[in-house]
Design a protein around this ligand. Sequence first.
Ligand SMILES: [Ca+2]
Length: 377
Amino acid sequence: MGEEKIEEKSGRKVVGRGVAVALGVVCLFLATGLVWAIVNYTSIINDLNANLASKNEQIDQLQTWLQGNITYYESQITGLETQIETLEDQIQILENEKLSLQSQVNSLQKEKATLQSQLHNLKDRYNQLQSAYRTLEADYTDLSASYNDLVENYEKWRAYLETYIYLIDSFKRTLNDDEILSLTSLVESLVSDPDDWWRSVKQLYDYVAYNIQYVSDEPFPVPPTASELESGGYTNATVEELFMSPTETLELGQGDCDDQAVLLYALIKSYNKYVYGTDYELWIMDVWFKEAAHLAVAFPVSGGELTIIDPAGHYYTRWLLSLSSNDPYEELEKYSNYWSEYGGITYITLYSIYEGEAYEVISGSIQEVADFIEENY
Ligand SMILES: [Ca+2]
């Protein structure tokens, strides 16, 4: 189109001038526009520059901020890496501990198995011991009962032995009712006139005094008590004392003073009870001399008198050759003098025997015993 306008200028001069003005206006317009544009764009560029500077500042700030962050996070990373190392170390330690604990667990499990086995064995052993204990307990009960029986029976046997060596104990064996009753037929054969009491008693005395030989007792062992025997705390001791029963003395045909006195007592008692029919008071007279002891028979006679019959001593209270009675003091003095070779009487005890039991009637000096008889009979 520009080439067309140039052709018109060269073709028509009038038209060219207006075109030139128009071009100038246009150029002016364009120049104004250019200036405006330059001014306008300079402002924009300035704004942009300002904006750019601002952005650059922001970028610097951001860079500084980022650099700070980087430094911070690098520091954090270093710290975390250190923690990781530490944790890894700890993991290693814990792994080692785990291995160690596993080893301990294994060891303990083995020990547990061993202990369980031992426990099992101990339980078996305990059951065996309990069974053995029950057996022993039963044995102990049996043995204990057996031991008690042994002690009881031994003490009974010892009590029996003591009836041979202790006077008071002896009466239950030597002068019991069976023993007295068993002599009745002998008594009947010995007395010529059962109704003549004094004569009959004298005949019984004569039988003992002249048919039973005087023989001293042999030593007899003193039996220990069960507890002394068990502990061994006994002494080997003997006594020269043996109290025989009437039956034993008759069978042997011999005895010492006590055996003869007990036999005569039993014969008179049997005569009184089963032949004559009156159980008169009758005494065993236990006499202590200064140097010995002696046994005789005695009885009270009405009027406060006393009769002594001593078969071993061949002594009886007499009037001429008959058995009689006398004033107790006078008779006891006479009897004491009869035994003067042993120092005379120092002490007397009188016993009544009923069913084998001894009852002490009086005990004391000649005077005391004589007074008692005088006052009571
Ligand atoms: Ca004797």
